[in-house]
Design a protein around this ligand. Structure first.
Ligand code: FEO
Length: 412
């Protein structure tokens, strides 16, 4: 990767990472960019880090050279967020550069010690504090806790009006060396990052949607001309676009979301599967788009993305050992942990000698305070009959109409 100029005195350094599971669990088939920034006044600040997944900062150091800088030029290391995708290079960096000060939030202090054994040369800042780099370059700090770790803060360059919010406003997706800015991308390429942003949000940020809404409000109170996140592209032409996208996604957690229906289904021997297509056809007959995922074949990463985006959810699964099909129970548990609440939903499925899914479904909903609103379920013994299929179609239509009214705000 190459260092590039964001705006006068501000540089972006970055590394694309692929062949990993992000946070050890989320697939990134299109990779993910990890961004760092250098802000130059009389003194020089490095904001967050960029490193290989093994924590080695060679990538970072090579990009210093491209800017005519050396590690000895770094006076401040600003840590907006302590998660090791941004801070994992610190151990190696402090071996080659001594005398720099770390600038971070109060809540980051114990994490800094726990992760890296660092307790000296730390300047703790809170919302409203500033750091004067000289030459008219003053950085201001704003705490944005729980986006998505408790210590998170954003740094704001008052001169260029650039916001460095680390994970907030980020996305999955590798970024090309020659086009890291929204003003250097075609609309279709920006849409790619917005799609990757939706899944990134669903996987990493959704649980903290309320905190994210507060962070967005703080962002809106600033005169932000450029948003330079820790992942993905830099929004230089239209920062309002990424603020709007995050506002929309944060609102989806409590619903309503889009006027769409996620259909999650699993089947052991094809009996429950016979009900899927009729339900999908019925939903789509009402002009409501579906996103269909087989469980457990589909990664939970993509399931979460769809459920966050959809106001309606269909769950199709058989009974297994007198309970819910276990992979579906695991998926629902994860959806609940992500605090995706208030969905219009419908469950159907096959049972052999007894049901049992309903009791477990109610338990998960109650325990995780999901507050999903379910239509009456359709269960059939063994293979669905013609009457069962007709009932499934009826429920599909009913759900689609309910979802559309709710999502479009036309309910009386
Ligand atoms: Fe990109 Fe929460 O670290």
């Amino acid at each position: 990767m190459k260092a590039t100029l964001v705006t006068d005195g501000v540089y972006r350094l970055s590394a694309n990472v692929d062949n990993i599971l992000f946070e050890g669990m989320w697939p990134v088939p299109a990779g993910v960019a990890i961004n760092s920034y250098i802000v130059k006044g009389e003194k020089c600040a490095l904001i967050d880090g960029v490193c290989g997944w093994d924590g080695v900062p060679e990538t970072l150091l090579a990009q210093f050279g491209e800017m005519g800088l050396s590690v000895d030029d770094i006076d401040y290391v600003i840590l907006n967020h302590l998660e090791p995708d941004h801070s994992g290079w610190l151990d190696a960096f402090k071996e080659i550069r001594r005398g720099f000060a770390i600038v971070t939030s109060e809540r980051a202090k114990p994490l800094l010690e726990a992760f890296y054994g660092i307790s000296d040369n730390i300047r703790l800042v809170k919302s409203g504090d500033t750091l004067d780099l000289g030459n008219g370059r003053v950085l201001a700090f704003e705490e944005i806790p729980n986006v998505h770790w408790p210590e998170t803060m954003a740094t704001y360059d008052t001169r260029s009006k650039t916001l460095f919010p680390c994970d907030a406003f980020g996305s999955f997706g590798s970024v090309a060396d020659d086009a890291p800015y929204d003003d250097t991308l075609q609309e279709g390429q920006i849409r790619f990052f917005e799609r990757e942003m939706e899944r990134y949000f669903a996987n990493i940020v959704t649980t903290f949607s309320v905190a994210t809404q507060k962070a967005i409000e703080k962002t809106k109170a600033l005169d932000v001309r450029i948003i330079a996140p820790g992942h993905g592209i830099v929004w230089r032409r239209d920062p309002g676009r990424v603020i709007d996208t995050y506002t929309r996604l944060a609102g989806y957690a409590k619903g309503p979301a889009r006027a769409e229906v996620a259909v999650l289904w699993g089947s052991m021997y094809g009996m429950t599967a016979l009900g899927v297509q009729p339900v999908v056809e019925a939903v789509e007959s009402q002009g409501v788009r579906t996103r269909v995922h087989r469980i457990p074949e589909t990664s939970i990463s993509y399931v979460l993305d769809s459920v966050l985006q959809c106001s309606g959810v269909v769950l199709g699964m058989p009974t297994y050992e007198n309970k819910m099909f276990p992979p579906m129970a695991a998926v629902l548990d994860e959806i609940g942990r992500k605090k995706i609440a208030n969905r219009r939903a419908f469950r159907f499925g096959s049972y052999g000698w007894s049901g049992g899914a309903q009791k477990e479904l109610a338990e998960i909903d109650e325990r995780l305070r999901m507050k999903w609103d379910y239509l009456e379920p359709v269960e059939f013994k063994g293979r669905p009959t013609g009457d069962d299929i007709a009932l499934l179609r009826q429920r599909g239509v009913e759900l689609a109409r309910s979802v559309r009214r709710w999502a479009l705000g036309t309910e009386s």
